[in-house]
Unconditional design. Structure first.
Length: 624
């Protein structure tokens, strides 16, 4: 997957170069990736990168005119037009679509450079003039850097697998990290699944100089918390101005830009702020047997705006090749996205046939409205050994502190920790962009009035939009307008009811209501609700189409990981789920994911097979 890797060490140069090649090779898996190396032996610095061939990072290393400042980048930066024009006014020359402006900004700003970057990124600045190397990342830690300090050497990489490839002692589970994963579906506070491997904290700019490391930070959320809150009217005006300024940045590209569109508010809010002349290729992810409501509404939205539109469907091919997609998902994301996220790889492959860039409205609900998916998994205690149960019981759950902005928890805790896996899987094939993590937008959310005093600004802006049809079309969960009215209220009621029924039919009822599941299935089928909202039927697939794979991999897991699993419970896990006696969807996800982590990442001799790319002409899952 695209990213940067490196070693800072006093060890012999040839040894470091050999290890660097292994690290780069562990991440270079696709024919549309490019890679390279940059080493400064005088500083004991050895770095490499893998990038999408269409990205600005493909042109690195980025140098200043004297070539004594070098920048390596993973991810993308989205500078303001004011910043770029300011650099040009000082005599610097660069192309807008390149990353050549980065070393010039460092020249002008020195160590203030990092706080002026906007986007999801990580990278390295090599200041040959001062004999310094800086390792840095974005404010949220969304473009991850894993690291390991080992004696005289410091290793870093965008993917843990690059460190696992060259540091044998890390090829064990970090049991505390595993406990966090089993409790919340992710590791917490810089921990990982791997022994001795940690995550660089958000907003880091660690300085390496003369064999020492100063662990610096260029930003703290308290800076945004110190802003004055706006009145409701002032906030809506700033909201309007900010979106108009930032949305166009995310559609700048030398290639066509794709936009994953839904029937909800957040992606249509992006549509409302697209400048004239921008024509994204819109698409929606959907089911194999019917088009979900999201797809039907998104098609109308795209038609209204005059944009090309496609539906990307899950298919029997996905199920037939699920073993491969599941392994790829776990391997590419270092286990941060489990096998229940395997469809992200499948959909990203399809989307790449349309465009290598994906703009999405994801995380809008979390940042704007405090929507949260960060909850305990509540896996069956019988699944784990007593020691693992004790570890899980001792983990304090992340939570929003009293008085904190919901945007703070979303941007700095939930999204980079619990929600990291989805974007990571998408980035394996696409340049992933969301304007809702733009620094200016998140900073504005810290200035929002108290919710009780504020009308939803997203709805307000859609109602005022020049693209009036965006407000008239209903959403998948109701209407854009929150004004009272019989028709609107009825639609909201029906939408919410069908959503809940479809959710429970797909995911399963709570244990106390499981006896009536056959009745629920008959009801949703009779009302033609099944698959209207939910199109990923993993619970059913694990019972039927994927039953043999589940049984095989659960059995394999029971032969290892003795410190994690209760083997007696594992013996009946697949059978009890497949017969419908229990709903063990998330228990199976945990077992299959950690089994794949051990097999594919801790055992470096095993890697998921590389599948041949399907030619566009043979891709039946893209409707036109």
């Amino acid at each position: 997957m695209p990213g940067v890797v490196g070693i800072i060490s006093v060890k012999p140069a040839e040894q470091c170069r050999d290890r660097l090649r292994e690290m780069v090779g562990s991440m270079h898996r696709e024919p549309f990736y490019t890679s390279g190396q940059y080493c400064v032996t005088q500083l004991g610095f050895y770095a490499g990168w893998v990038s999408h061939s269409e990205s600005a990072a493909a042109e690195q290393v980025f140098f200043n005119e004297r070539r004594d400042i070098a920048v390596l980048l993973a991810g993308e930066c989205f500078p303001s037009s004011e910043l770029m024009s300011g650099l040009r006014s000082k005599g610097h020359f660069f192309e807008d679509a390149s990353g050549d402006w980065l070393p010039h900004l460092y020249e002008e700003c020195g160590e203030q450079f990092f706080s002026k970057l906007n986007g999801l990124f990580s990278g390295v600045v090599v200041d040959n003039r001062a004999g310094k190397v800086f390792l840095f990342n974005d404010r949220y830690g969304m473009e991850r850097l894993y690291f390991r300090a080992a004696g005289e050497s410091f290793y870093f990489a965008s993917e843990a697998k690059a460190l696992l490839a060259v540091i044998p002692e890390t090829r064990e589970f970090d049991i505390e990290g595993v406990a966090q994963y089993l409790a919340f579906g992710c590791t917490l506070n810089g921990r990982t699944l791997f022994k001795g491997i940690q995550l660089l904290p958000p907003a880091a700019c660690w300085c390496f100089e003369s064999q020492t490391c100063r662990r610096l930070s260029y930003f703290s959320p308290e800076e945004w918390e110190g802003q004055e809150r706006l009145c409701p009217e002032g906030f809506v005006e700033e909201f309007r101005h900010t979106l108009a300024a930032i949305v166009p940045r995310y559609f700048q590209s030398a290639s066509a830009v794709g936009m994953s569109l839904t029937g909800g508010i957040d992606s249509r809010l992006v549509l409302a702020h697209l400048p004239a002349g921008v024509t994204p290729i819109c698409y929606t992810f959907s089911g194999k047997d019917r088009d979900v409501l999201d797809a039907r509404l998104a098609a109308r939205l795209a038609q209204l705006c005059g944009y090309p539109y496609h539906i990307l469907k899950i298919s029997d091919r996905f199920l037939a090749e699920f073993s491969s997609y599941a392994d790829e998902c776990v391997h590419l994301t270092d286990g941060t996205l489990g096998v229940l996220g395997s469809h992200e790889i499948f959909y990203s492959e399809l989307a790449r046939h349309l465009s290598p860039v994906r703009v999405t409205g994801v995380f809008g609900g979390e940042i704007m409205r405090g929507v949260s998916f960060f909850k305990p998994l509540h896996l069956s205690a019988s699944l784990m050994t007593p020691d693992m149960q004790s570890l899980i019981a001792g983990i304090a759950p992340p939570h929003i502190r009293h008085g904190d902005s919901p945007a703070k928890f979303a941007a700095f805790t939930e999204i980079p920790q619990r929600r990291f896996g989805g974007p990571a899987a998408s980035r394996s094939h696409l340049l992933f962009r969301t304007p809702y993590l733009d620094n200016e937008f998140v900073a504005l959310m810290f200035r929002a009035p108290q919710p009780s005093a504020l009308r939803d600004p997203a709805r307000a802006l859609l109602m005022e939009s020049k693209k009036q049809g965006l407000a008239r079309l209903p959403t998948d969960r109701g209407t854009v307008s929150d004004k009272p009215g019989v028709a609107g209220s009825l639609w909201r009621l029906i939408s919410e009811l069908t959503f809940k029924l479809d959710y429970y039919e797909s995911e399963g009822l709570p244990p106390s209501l499981r006896r009536i599941e056959p009745m629920l299935g008959s009801l949703t089928a009779g009302l033609k609700i099944s698959g209207l909202h939910k199109h990923l039927h993993y619970r059913s697939w694990f019972q039927k189409e994927l039953a043999s794979l589940v049984t095989e991999r659960v059995a394999r897991a029971s032969q290892m990981q003795s410190e994690i699993w209760n083997r007696q419970f594992l013996r009946g896990l697949a059978r009890d789920h497949q017969t419908g006696r229990q709903n063990y969807l998330h228990e199976i996800n945990a077992v299959l994911t950690l089994e794949a982590v051990e097999r594919l990442l801790l055992n470096t001799k095993s890697r998921p097979p590389t599948r041949a790319e399907t030619p566009l002409a043979r891709v039946a899952e893209i409707s036109r």
